[in-house]
Write a protein that binds this ligand. Structure first.
Ligand SMILES: NC(=O)c1ccc[n+]([C@@H]2O[C@H](COP(=O)([O-])OP(=O)(O)OC[C@H]3O[C@@H](n4cnc5c(N)ncnc54)[C@H](OP(=O)(O)O)[C@@H]3O)[C@@H](O)[C@H]2O)c1
Length: 315
């Protein structure tokens, strides 16, 4: 298929694009950030510019590319920026998704929209499934949820795929929790703080890419959760990172979210734990347990941080 991709220079794009190229698809990859023209490596297409906030840019892209399938990854993913500038958050995540859905409707092509566990309010005991009702707590979650509503209202053929805590992209692209912990290790910190009162499901982007390829081949459209297996707190993820690195000399200090309130003032759900229930029931869930995926990630992208001779016991 000829696939038009938005936001392709980000964390998820760094895994999805090589996987789609490997599967033989013809890609036109765009982003607002053109600082690296081939973020996914030396092969494959050069990044083009498409600001999804401009419906004229979107119309031009559809006219030029004539896509057979659209993968909409572009988003404002910062909760703090979205809360501080709500119009920017809603324009980038909700209105731009409406533009993309309308363009797909006119062109009669399917759309993939990536959403988030942050559409839930976090009060549920047990994992969220696709049958649970969203109730977002912050502008980011609400703007992504409004994007979902536009996709469902405007299209018949769509995949809305909710990811959990994103893990991937390596040293160049990762700007999330795992990269922050690894950066502290690199800086030689002797103590690292991580919260015990935020629960979720890490989502490793190469695993997501593999599962995604299977899903889009199926043409079983709808709403999906696509996170790694298992669950844990941010503290549990940090603990696993230090285990993988073999760094029992670094003290891991358990704190509550209050500790980071100045740096991360946005309200976050207590639980973002998801189960890939639709994928499970349809026999399509290929996501690994997150501790194994994290092991793979660190050994692939950050081997220099692993203590020499480290042999990891099974998760
Ligand atoms: N990151 C997570 O933890 C997470 C979790 C669940 C779901 N998701 C969803 O997964 C999708 C992919 O996110 P990601 O993790 O790959 O995040 P990412 O690394 O921030 O990638 C998003 C990309 O979109 C670009 N972008 C921002 N505004 C744009 C615009 N107006 N027009 C075109 N491109 C624009 C960003 O550029 P700049 O970097 O220059 O802004 C970035 O390259 C998003 O829809 C996100 O909401 C992410």
């Amino acid at each position: 298929m000829r696939i038009l991709i938005t936001g392709g220079a980000g964390m998820l794009g760094s895994s999805l694009i090589p996987a789609l190229i490997g599967a033989g698809h013809e890609l036109v990859v765009t982003d607002i950030d053109l600082s690296v023209r081939r973020p996914w490596g030396s092969s494959g297409p050069t990044l083009g510019r498409l600001d999804v906030r401009s419906r004229h840019d979107i119309a031009d892209a559809f006219e030029q590319v004539r896509p057979q399938f659209v993968l909409h990854l572009a988003a404002e993913t910062s909760l703090e920026i979205s809360d501080a500038e709500p119009d920017h958050g809603y324009l980038t995540n909700a209105i731009a998704t409406k533009y993309m859905a309308l363009a797909c409707r006119r062109a009669q092509v399917p759309l993939v929209y990536i959403s988030t566990a942050g559409v839930f309010d976090g009060t549920k005991v047990g994992p969220y499934t696709e049958f649970d009702a969203p109730n977002p707590l912050n502008v980011y979650g609400d703007s992504k949820q409004k994007g979902e509503v536009f996709v469902r209202e405007l299209l018949d053929d769509f995949y809305i795929i909710r990811a959990g805590w994103m893990v991937g992209g390596g040293p160049k692209k990762d700007h999330k929790f795992v990269a922050r912990i690894l950066q502290q290790v690199r800086e030689g910190r002797t103590a690292i703080h991580a919260v015990t009162d935020k629960l979720g499901t890490p989502t490793y982007t190469p695993d997501f890419a593999g599962c995604f390829l299977g899903l889009i081949q199926s043409e079983v459209y709808g709403t999906y959760h696509m996170a790694c297996g298992g669950e844990g707190s941010r503290y549990d993820v940090a603990k696993r990172i230090l285990e993988i690195l073999g760094r029992d000399d670094i003290e891991l200090v358990a704190v509550t979210s209050e500790y980071f309130v100045e740096e991360f003032p946005s309200e976050r759900p207590y639980s973002e734990i998801m189960r890939n229930m639709a994928l499970d029931l349809q026999g399509m869930n290929t996501m690994r347990p997150w501790p194994d995926a994290l092991d793979d990630y660190i050994h692939t992208y950050f081997p220099d941080l692993v203590a020499p001779g480290r042999v990891l016991s099974p998760a």
